[in-house]
Design a binder for this molecule. Sequence first.
Ligand SMILES: [Fe+2]
Ligand SMILES: [Fe+2]
Length: 183
Amino acid sequence: MSAAPRHRLPGDPAPTAEIERMLRVDHAGEFGATRIYDGQLAVLGRGRGASEVRRMAEAEQRHLATFEGLLRRRRVRPTLLQPLWSIAGCVLGVGTALLGEAAAMACTVAVEDVIDAHYRDQAERLCGEDAALSQTMADFRADEIAHRNAALAQGAEQTPGYDVLTAAIRAGSRIAIWLSTRL
Ligand SMILES: [Fe+2]
Ligand SMILES: [Fe+2]
């Protein structure tokens, strides 16, 4: 397959450095996702809504394991902020689950909105440079879209303050991505 030409601007990182940053931020994101669901499951326990959360959590564990393997093989260090994401993810998970199952689902909708666009962007950028990795991003993006749809089907939008809650979580997720790409 011939590599598609990619427009690079002066100051853009070299492909390897850029791919390292992508792997680092994706690993951070999947780690954060597992912590959100850890927090939600600690509150929701074995209730009705917990089975959907557990299914999503299992997918995030698979995603995380993939990025752990990629970091090891490519000798990329994880983000320095991992301890922070451990706490922040758990707090977000516990907090939203305490607001109720619909709020827990709204959290997934908000996070997956951001991750959908994030993986789409990465898959496009990697397309001509690392086809296998691009496919991984595309596959995981499909999982995240399925999580968002499942959360909407579970009544995410019925939580009081849905718009404010999801806007805040989307903003936080974008900040976490920005930081994890750089640190
Ligand atoms: Fe994921
Ligand atoms: Fe997900």
